[in-house]
Design a protein around this ligand. Structure first.
Ligand SMILES: [Zn+2]
Ligand SMILES: [Zn+2]
Length: 280
């Protein structure tokens, strides 16, 4: 599939809250959150927002609809799970998709969210038993570390978000990607969990749904700003920062403005763009 030691990150969906396709968002994209991370032969997917449908289409067309992967959820708000029922590979019983979530507490668990809520009458017409052969569901306690093999280490840490969310630090071949969405900064200093996930990262993806100017209107909603992304990147010694979870009200023109301001404030900072891939 890929060369040994290849470490890649692809953005299949970069938008937060709700998809917003249309002529005003063609440049940055309108699909909600989904990342694909390739570590040599291992494939890790983070989140199943509407962007995951495009990943499924890619796997169907280019890889014969064959999939073996781990899917880690940051959390289960709608913009992070809504694409799962439309991810074609889960309906191939020969596939193997291991799904994990670290933010849920009893009485909730991941199986219950997908099986008895999302893919269930009256919300969804196709019975979830059709995905049971391809999918397994596991809950973990955010803060745990995974070593899924192939030299990949996945560290997890709590994010500050309503109903909880889990951030990821993926280490492979001497490089680091940190994923910190959805998260809200604190008034009284930087979030130690975010700093530790992002320490010396080659790439950090950070929740920048708002600007500092907009933020007071949305305090407590669980999101952060591009200005806070830069503070974290500076303190954690991050090389490259991708602003992420773009607010649906930020059209391409607005995103261009934000991108220019952020890059001027700290070179190596840019808005994530749907469909782009970087190799570390
Ligand atoms: Zn979100
Ligand atoms: Zn959320």
């Amino acid at each position: 599939m890929t060369d040994q030691n290849t470490f890649k990150l692809k953005f299949w969906g970069v938008r937060g809250s709700i998809p917003c396709p249309g002529p005003d968002t063609v440049k940055y994209g309108g699909n909600t959150t989904c990342f694909e991370i390739t570590c040599g032969e291992k494939r890790i997917i983070i989140d199943a927002g509407t962007g995951i449908r495009l990943l499924g289409k890619h796997i169907l067309i280019n890889e014969g609809n064959v999939l073996d992967a781990d899917l880690f959820f940051t959390h289960t708000h709608m913009d992070h799970i809504a694409g799962l029922p439309f991810f074609v590979p889960i309906y191939n019983p020969k596939n193997n998709l291991r799904l994990f979530a670290g933010h849920l507490a009893p009485p909730h668990d991941l199986d219950g969210i997908i099986d008895t809520m999302l893919m269930k009458d009256p919300l969804f017409p196709v019975p979830s038993k059709l995905i049971e052969q391809a999918c397994t569901f596991s809950d973990f306690s955010c803060g745990e570390t995974f070593e899924p093999g192939g030299g990949v280490v996945i560290k997890t840490g709590k994010l500050n978000h309503p109903n909880g969310a889990c951030g990821y630090r993926i280490e492979y071949a001497g490089k680091v990607i940190s994923i910190c969405t959805d998260t809200e900064h604190f008034d009284d200093g930087l979030d130690q969990s975010v700093l530790s996930l992002s320490r010396d990262a080659d790439v950090m993806v950070y929740d920048a749904a708002y600007t500092d100017e907009e933020y007071p209107n949305f305090k407590g909603w669980g999101h952060s700003t591009w200005q806070e992304a830069i503070k974290v990147a500076e303190e954690a010694n991050v090389k490259k920062t991708f602003l992420f979870h773009h607010d649906p009200s930020h059209d391409d023109e607005r995103m261009d403005e934000i991108g220019a301001l952020a890059a001027a404030a700290r070179p190596g900072t840019e808005p994530a763009v749907e469909g782009t891939e970087i190799t570390l």
